[in-house]
Design a binder for this molecule. Sequence first.
Ligand code: C5P
Length: 232
Amino acid sequence: MGKDVIIACDFASKEQVFNFLDKFQGRKPFVKIGMELFYAEGPEIVQEIKKRGHKIFLDLKLHDIPNTVKKSMAVLSRLNVDMTNLHASGTVNMMKAALEGLTREDGTRPILIAVTQLTSTDQESMEKDLLINEPIDKVVMHYASNARLAGLDGVVCSPLEAEKVHSTCGKDFITVTPGVRFADGEIGDQKRVMTPEQAKKIGSDYIVVGRPITAAEDPVQAYERCVKEFCD
Ligand code: C5P
């Protein structure tokens, strides 16, 4: 599994994202496109960024009945994205259907990972709003195991959970971890953070980094610093 830094391109428009990517010149970082940009610009934004030579993690977090997710995944697969995701809470059957939809005629498919519990959900809201009374880390590991059982490739998780996910689901089960900050950088609204170097030590496979790169004075230098700390 090749370790890589994925830049969260949380921009509101095509102009903004292209302005940003133009700074990288010859470099072609792996980028994450989320709901904001996708809903604003449509599937063409994926095709255009792909055409520029970037790998794409399409972060749309699908969650619906298995048949709908299967058909939607088939559409996303035709966009030739490299990685996409769904909510593990949609059940094992939904995840299996997603994989079927995602698999192309030649047997290839994008990497499929699951969101377990969002990091914005805490023990209290999980108990109160969702009526789930187990400890949250047990729930996260259970959802990760379900994703593995369904045949998915990995999960998005907090860097603090990555080691436990690997010991529960196996070393080859991919962990994609946001919440990354430089030791001397702003934390912003993220609560539990790790540096790229720490994320490497605890065995994250991919780190997702947004503002430490997109809001940096020199985004290319910030990206190179992440790559150096995480991949070298
Ligand atoms: O700017 P920042 O580095 O905080 O961006 C992190 C990215 O990862 C954002 O796109 C955010 O939506 C995403 N993310 C996250 N925490 C999760 C899941 C996704 O920060 N649990």
